[in-house]
Design a binder for this molecule. Sequence first.
Ligand code: SF4
Length: 199
Amino acid sequence: MVVVLSKGKLLDSISTEIIACRKCELCRTRKNPVPGEGSPNSQIMFIGEAPGYWEDTKGKPFVGAAGKFLDTLLAEADLSRQTVFIANILKCRPPKNREPLPDEIQKCTPYLDSQIRIIQPRFIVTLGNYSTAYIFSKVMLPFNGITQTHGKTYETTILGMQTTIFPTFHPAAALYSGRYKELLQQDFQLLKRYIRPKN
Ligand code: SF4
């Protein structure tokens, strides 16, 4: 008998693997891994960089100040955490929030790839340089920095399925610059238009 697991159960099994993961040094310093969360049936997946202090403390993605701003952006685009899926390319916090190392990205991203395969999102919204560079590299798109690529759609095939990539800035950028805050708000309004079902 073939047992077909629901998307939720498949995502739970990836989370269990992540919780037990010891593939890179970040497992030594993390408090909690952060697999990601949201609707397994979501059509939109948001991908950030890595957990920060509050995400590491709570084991949930985007729960610090940047996360609060992401909640505002989602609401402005008529979305919510319950209707999207949010994950990062690294599942454990780099010490002092340093940037992800290539070796960590290589070891950790198979988990993200599995999550993408299970969810099969119609849109992948990459937040910031690291997640955009990673997703672009998977689909052989040249990446010239988030400033050049943000706010546009890139229709492509990733992991054998059709999807549209929409890069924008990491919400943390808005905490340091009013200009980035404005650009993020503009991008989310564009996203709202793109994701509206076509009649
Ligand atoms: S960052 Fe990823 S690869 Fe490294 S220990 Fe955490 S889950 Fe494993």
